[in-house]
Design a protein around this ligand. Sequence first.
Ligand code: PEP
Ligand code: MN
Length: 264
Amino acid sequence: QYVGKKHDDKKIIDLGDDVKIGDGSFTIIAGPCAVENEKQMELVGEMLASLKIRLIRGGAFKPRTSPYSFQGLGFEGLKILRDIAVKYNLKVVSEIMDPRDIEKALEYIDIIQIGSRNMQNYSLLKEVGKLNKPILLKRGMTATVKEWLMAAEYIALEGNDNIILCERGIRTFENYTRNTLDLTVVPILKTLSKLPVIVDPSHGTGRRDLVIPMTRGAVAVGADGVMVEVHPEPTEALSDGYQSLTLEQLKILYNEVKQIKKCI
Ligand code: PEP
Ligand code: MN
């Protein structure tokens, strides 16, 4: 198996410009659920740069539950994201849903996100497996650890083992939170796989007030980082505002983690 672990194998994802994931430092990826406009992204980019956070996220193609909800700006959104990344020396994480968009998206995205809903979209996995680009593979909302690792295997089998696993919560009977963030997978995956593991406490809880506590949890269980949603004005966000941190809260999160781990 390509994503399995032999001895103390450890895959480090090297994005260049001193940005590495899985090298022992704690990676923070932050940004809005969706790219909405230039102003919003400028404010986010400015804050990330001031904190020395190097990875920005933002959805341009959004897998919304309702087809009537905001679907994202598409390539226009990716252009905004790339411009901000260039300005602030950031790496870009963004989701691709349609294999037909991959080629054109390559010039804008540094890490291609495969969302929870597409974790077992095998034709999409095979396509991104042919690329020379890191892939952030989110856990399917009802996927077991084995199913998730087999999805990663689909990508790696095509030749691309630059894969980051991202726990984003699973569906359980509990509905006080949006999903149940399963932090047990972090130490489990660390024994089974060589891949870096990050945690998404935003989708994992659906609640802004739980993002910092669960980030502490992610640090404690040995995750390689977190991906968090942040918005200059969460109450005005076009998607996932209730789980988005304010820019000020991101600063608090960063300063807390920095006291324990070296951050990038
Ligand atoms: C996201 O990260 O924006 C997203 C849609 O997450 P998930 O695929 O985990 O629901
Ligand atoms: Mn979201």
